[in-house]
Design a protein around this ligand. Structure first.
Ligand SMILES: Cc1cc2nc3c(=O)[nH]c(=O)nc-3n(C[C@H](O)[C@H](O)[C@H](O)COP(=O)(O)OP(=O)(O)OC[C@H]3O[C@@H](n4cnc5c(N)ncnc54)[C@H](O)[C@@H]3O)c2cc1C
Length: 303
């Protein structure tokens, strides 16, 4: 069970830092969709916190702006906002595709991008999507000189299941990533149940054709839930970049993904799903770029 003495709704970063500093042991919270079940289901035993510090009402953490090809997405932006924010729909359609697969309507309204990243579950759905968008996290800390920020690639921020490089006194303020208005995008996910599914395999793909639409100018593929941390498929991306996206080239690149499965459970199943996802995701992303590619006939992918 979760109990706490005080609930502080911060409206500025300074207020949040004040509350965290004033109450040792206070816990930062955004949508609380990870925190509440963690405590309520007894996974952490009985949890009593001196204070919860809610950062979900800080305007800087919910702002979404874009300039010079870079999107700046506040850490407390909800998953639901990814489905309806005009700038995100235009420049980051992949996030909306990912959001559709995320939990249910109620959770999507509460859950935030920042919470999903800091929770650092290998199965976190927004991680592959943001990795494909070359996301960088911006972390803020307060010292005598005021609030200072540091940034690092998302790939460096997540170090293992549930582990990140977030410092003790830091708040994740925003996620900076590439705007990708001209890219086709696809998100694929499979899990154990039909609804409210935690991913067993998930995948995000971005693809852009060069102007004559014969070769791939850019291709990015990121996978989640098949290893300790989500990751980009650099070898498959390199194999495809600058190439004609023929059915055979797509199949060859997809097969490279099979080696990335490191989860011990259901390895064979995950390999087969992953290879099919990469192939299907690339075909879907290219279709959005106006190029129809036929998939080769299905084959079983052996270990
Ligand atoms: C029924 C259900 C279904 C779910 N389905 C999915 C799903 O399909 N896909 C998926 O990926 N996840 C799913 N989740 C998990 C959860 O909703 C997400 O991980 C969510 O994005 C977490 O965001 P939050 O704002 O609720 O985080 P919170 O619970 O508020 O916080 C999570 C952790 O991050 C820290 N934190 C939050 N924001 C910040 C910040 N700005 N700076 C520093 N630290 C911060 C908190 O201190 C806490 O440790 C589901 C959860 C539930 C309960």
């Amino acid at each position: 069970m979760l109990t706490f003495d005080r609930y502080v709704t911060a409206t500025t970063l300074d207020e949040a830092f004040d509350a965290l500093q004033a109450t040792p042991g206070a816990r930062l919270v955004a949508g609380a969709t990870d925190l509440l079940p963690w405590a309520r289901e007894g996974r952490a035993g009985d949890v009593h916190l001196p204070a919860l510090v809610d950062v979900g009402a800080i305007p800087a953490l919910t702002a979404v702006t874009g300039e010079d090809g870079v999107l700046r997405i506040g850490a407390a932006t909800s998953i639901a906002a990814c489905e309806r924010h005009p700038l995100l729909l235009r420049d980051a359609g992949l996030l909306a595709r990912c959001a559709v697969w995320f939990a249910d309507d109620q959770i999507r309204e509460q859950a935030t991008l920042g919470g999903n990243l800091v929770n650092a579950s290998p199965a976190g759905d927004t991680l592959p999507a943001l990795l494909a968008m070359n996301a960088r996290v911006v972390l803020a800390a307060r010292d005598g000189a005021g609030i200072r920020e540091r940034a690092m690639p998302l790939a460096d921020f997540i170090t293992g299941p549930g582990r990140t490089r977030l410092g003790n006194n830091e708040i994740l303020v925003r996620i900076d990533c590439d705007a990708v208005p001209g890219h086709g995008g696809a998100f694929e996910k499979v899990g154990h149940r039909r609804s409210l599914v935690i991913s067993t395999v998930c995948l995000a793909v971005l693809a852009r054709l060069e102007p004559a639409r014969r070769t791939l100018a850019d291709v990015r593929i990121a996978i989640g839930a098949v290893g300790p941390v989500p990751e980009r498929l650099g070898d498959a991306e390199t194999a495809l970049r600058g190439q004609r996206p023929t059915p055979a080239a797509i199949r060859e690149a997809a097969v490279l993904a099979a080696d990335r499965v490191r989860s011990r459970s259901r390895q064979e199943y995950r390999r087969e799903v992953l290879v099919n996802f990469v192939e299907r995701g690339l075909v879907a992303a290219l279709e959005q770029c106006g190029l129809a590619v036929q998939r080769l006939p299905q084959e079983i992918v052996h270990a």
